[in-house]
Design a protein around this ligand. Structure first.
Ligand SMILES: NC(=O)c1ccc[n+]([C@@H]2O[C@H](COP(=O)([O-])OP(=O)(O)OC[C@H]3O[C@@H](n4cnc5c(N)ncnc54)[C@H](OP(=O)(O)O)[C@@H]3O)[C@@H](O)[C@H]2O)c1
Length: 377
């Protein structure tokens, strides 16, 4: 029995049925300008199948591509997403650099189609960082445990990097007390949805913001208070829904939303700075300038930034978070929602779709044919 409800709420294009797959790749050809990112920053190209495998290699067919807002930082590169060039100043900025005229590499789940590596058996699902290409040769990847009804989709979503992005900082920094009030922005997105459910399970009253009425209704059905930030200003909504103020803010959005939340934070409140999606596609000099940062001093707030894969979390903390998410998924106290877009040709459209709020839960692009053992390629 599957524990995940498949959703395909948004399909940008019809996908032709494929009996056989030829290798293709996406090439990153242009950085975003003042107008922001668009699908035309990428070009789809045919490419040859990899040569016969050498010892230690496996041929992996891409099955699920992870789409993440932070890719928009990689599009701008280290010189483009900050007021000064950050090259060499932080591991994050050095990593978040996609080079022009290259096929970018990002997280994906694939199926091992051929193998000369005993640790990567044919037919297994693996997660790896690999180029945006239909077939790749890898020498190392993590084999996924898909027993107990756990799906590859879950491994990309609530029990994978996305779930950990919520769980690790909440376990370490939220210091949630039962009865406190937590606010999660971007709460119907991949990370926000896990964060909201975890904070609620810890005993907080959770308020979530999202950009459509359908997303608000979904959050309410999971026991959150919720509002549509496009219809009601964040400050007014928080004043109404959190009359006693906010103790914990899980910030996915940044900018004006962070400024509004600072107004209603309680003394000694904790802000987990997860991301700033409202600002990624805006040139550095035009980003929103927050006017009330003195509240951090006056209210003695903690703003804690983090990078999920960074060394601020120990191996034990990561294992604890993984186990908690896995258990919660299996005992159904954590609901996973994924937004599957089918077809390799949809990768750039799905990436742009994140900024337009077209996803509910984890955005991923799937090549469904890849699980067919008789697939020709
Ligand atoms: N620190 C880390 O290690 C780490 C790791 C992964 C992700 N993150 C961050 O976590 C945040 C969420 O990422 P995700 O992968 O879970 O993506 P996501 O939330 O599934 O997708 C992005 C969502 O953000 C909302 N959004 C887009 N533009 C917005 C705007 N201008 N103002 C408010 N909301 C906007 C949209 O929903 P609406 O319909 O609600 O607008 C959209 O669906 C991002 O900031 C990301 O960078 C951080």
């Amino acid at each position: 029995e599957n524990v995940l409800k498949q959703r395909a709420v948004w399909k940008p294009r019809a996908r032709p049925d494929m009996a056989a797959l030829e290798n293709q790749k996406w090439v990153f050809v242009e950085r975003p300008g003042t107008g922001g990112a668009s699908e035309s920053l990428f070009r789809l190209e045919s490419c040859p199948m990899p040569p016969p495998l050498e010892e230690g290699q496996a041929l992996v067919g891409s099955y699920l591509f992870s789409l993440d807002p932070t890719i928009h930082n990689a599009l701008r590169g280290p010189a483009g997403h900050s007021l000064t060039d950050q090259a060499g100043k932080s591991g994050y900025y050095d990593f978040m650099r996609w080079e022009l005229d290259h096929t970018p590499s990002w997280m994906l789940i694939g199926v091992v189609k051929e193998s000369r590596n005993a640790e990567l058996p044919v037919g297994s699902f693996v997660s790896t960082f690999a180029p945006w290409q239909i077939f790749n040769v890898v020498t190392g990847a993590t084999v996924l445990d898909c027993s107990d009804g756990v799906l590859p989709e879950n491994h990309l979503s609530c029990i994978g990097m996305t779930g950990l992005t919520a769980a690790k900082p909440i376990l370490k920094y939220a210091r949630t007390k039962a009865g406190e009030t937590a606010f999660v922005s971007g709460a119907a997105g991949a990370t926000g949805l896990v964060a909201a459910q975890l904070l609620k399970a810890q005993g907080a009253t959770v308020i979530g913001s999202a950009g459509t009425c359908e997303k608000v209704a979904m959050l309410e059905s999971l026991g959150m208070k919720a509002f549509n930030y496009k219809e009601q200003g964040t400050l007014a909504a928080l004043q109404e829904l959190a009359p006693a103020g906010v103790d914990i803010y899980f910030d996915n959005v940044g900018g004006e939303t962070l400024e509004a939340t600072l107004e209603v934070m309680n003394d000694l409140g904790r802000i987990i700075a997860c991301g700033a999606i409202s600002q990624y596609d805006v040139p550095a000099e035009k980003r929103y300038g927050i006017k009330n940062l003195f509240h951090v001093v006056a209210k003695r707030l903690t703003i804690q930034g983090f990078i999920v894969s960074g060394d601020q979390f120990s191996a034990e903390e990561t294992t604890e978070a993984q186990k908690m998410l896995h258990d919660a998924l299996l005992n159904k106290t954590l609901v996973d929602k994924v937004n599957v877009v089918e077809g390799f040709s949809c990768l750039p459209a799905a990436l742009i779709g994140l900024l337009r709020g077209q996803n509910t839960g984890k955005m991923m692009v799937k090549i469904p044919e890849m699980t067919n053992p008789d697939l020709e390629y």
